[in-house]
Write a protein that binds this ligand. Structure first.
Ligand code: UD1
Ligand code: UDP
Length: 362
């Protein structure tokens, strides 16, 4: 079994997005294969997600690992071309906007293998973000474009995508959240990590916040000040770990530095948080659905629906503490109605489109 549909995943957010699509295609009886590029490889960034989300063991692990953009993308391209050539799939499915996503789409397109992009059409309009470069290029290459929001459909239309290729299916990351909701136990997680009853959760890993030492210092200062108002659980992504520590973020005065958390542990903490401070894409969406106030330390978001339909607000380092105090005073501010089709059925809708497509492309 080569896998007529070959999924390529490589990073933490990919695993969360792919799980419901792989599951739904499995139920539909589709012959699939799962290739892990190895872009993320620490057990806490990879294995734990396979275990907790019920993803099948990868059929191949390419072990590509870390490197600068050119080196990593080049290594991914070479490894993926060999893998795709050997497996000869009918369709390659890619997720999100990471380097593994771009490399898989490009390797497949050059071999003449059709590509499907899950989470197509998101745009931050900030080409300084590596993810914006990746998602724009992948959308040019894909024959099936699965959108999570009406804005994404609009962006694809404006860029000239054939409407027959665009499918508004909802958000698979939210499928995963809703599937596991009963496992998210804030009280148990709070106790496990030694947090008081009222606490916040912080994740930071964008290059704009952690790679430049001055930006990292500004982030560390803002978070240390924020911790005077709310104890903060900070699971450190490996990218920001050393930089934020060097910039002065330490485990004192209400800052609780943690290793990257497993999905269930992380979402348990988020579910019970009084507020979340982040620069993550996925976390903006998850807090929207859970009704937890989210302060995003960025100047743009490719997910504006989390602001218009959710609890998200973009803030600068200087705005963080006043915005946090306001969020803590104002209660959760849960939206009355979440974004359309963030209902736990995106994987099923995606699988339906894929199986129909396969019937016509033998
Ligand atoms: C990548 C994605 C980013 C996504 C993030 C999700 C790109 C360009 N960026 O960023 O869009 O939001 O994943 O988490 O694809 N490292 C480890 N262990 C690991 C993985 C990485 O220590 O298991 C360290 C290495 O020092 C590595 C650094 O983290 O150089 C960055 O990893 P990389 O995969 O290049 O980018 P991320 O910052 O993780
Ligand atoms: N996540 C997790 N443990 C953590 C941090 C994040 O399980 O310590 C999950 C969470 O569901 C999040 C997803 O991993 O939405 C992707 O996170 P990340 O911020 O790394 O990627 P992004 O969405 O910014 O690309």
């Amino acid at each position: 079994m080569n896998g007529r549909v070959l999924h390529v995943v490589g990073t933490r957010p990919n695993f969360v997005k792919a799980a419901p699509v792989v599951a739904a295609l499995g139920v539909a009886g589709c012959d699939q294969a799962l290739v892990h590029t190895g872009q993320h490889y620490d057990a806490r960034m990879s294995d734990v997600f396979f275990r907790q989300l019920g993803l099948p063991r990868p059929d191949a692990d390419l072990g590509v690992g870390s490197g600068g953009h050119a080196r990593q993308t080049a290594d991914l391209l070479v490894a993926l071309e060999a893998e795709l050539t050997a497996r000869d799939p009918a369709l390659v499915m890619v997720y999100g906007d990471v380097n593994s996503t771009l490399a898989a789409a490009l390797a497949a397109a050059k071999l003449g293998v059709p590509v499907a992009h899950v989470e197509a059409g998101l745009r931050s309009f900030d080409m300084a973000m590596p993810e914006e470069v990746n998602r724009r290029l992948v959308d040019q290459l894909a024959v099936l474009l699965f959108a999570t929001s009406p804005e994404a459909v609009g962006h694809l239309a404006r860029e000239g995508a054939d409407p027959a290729r665009v499918h508004f299916v909802g958000n698979p990351m939210i499928d995963t959240l809703l599937t596991h909701l009963d496992l998210f136990d804030p009280a148990a997680a709070r106790t496990a990590y030694g947090l008081p009853e009222r606490y916040g959760v912080v994740t930071l890993h964008r290059p704009a916040n952690v790679d430049d030492p001055e930006a990292a210092r500004a982030a560390a200062r803002a978070l240390t000040e924020a911790a005077r108002h709310l104890d903060l659980a900070v699971p450190l992504h490996p990218r920001g770990r050393d930089a934020l520590r060097a910039a002065g973020l330490d485990g004192a005065f209400g800052v609780h530095l943690l290793e990257p958390l497993g999905y269930v542990e992380f979402m348990s903490l988020v579910r019970g948080a009084a507020a979340v401070i982040t620069d993550s894409g996925g976390v903006q969406e998850e807090t929207t659905v859970l009704g937890v106030p989210c302060l995003t330390l960025r100047t743009t978001t490719e997910r504006p629906i989390t602001v218009s339909h959710g609890t998200n607000r973009l803030v600068t380092h200087d705005e963080l503490v006043p915005a946090l105090r306001k969020a803590l005073d104002g209660g959760p501010g849960a939206p009355t109605e979440g974004p359309p089709l963030w209902d736990g059925k995106a994987g099923i809708r995606t699988a339906r489109v894929v199986t129909r497509w396969l019937e016509h492309h033998d």
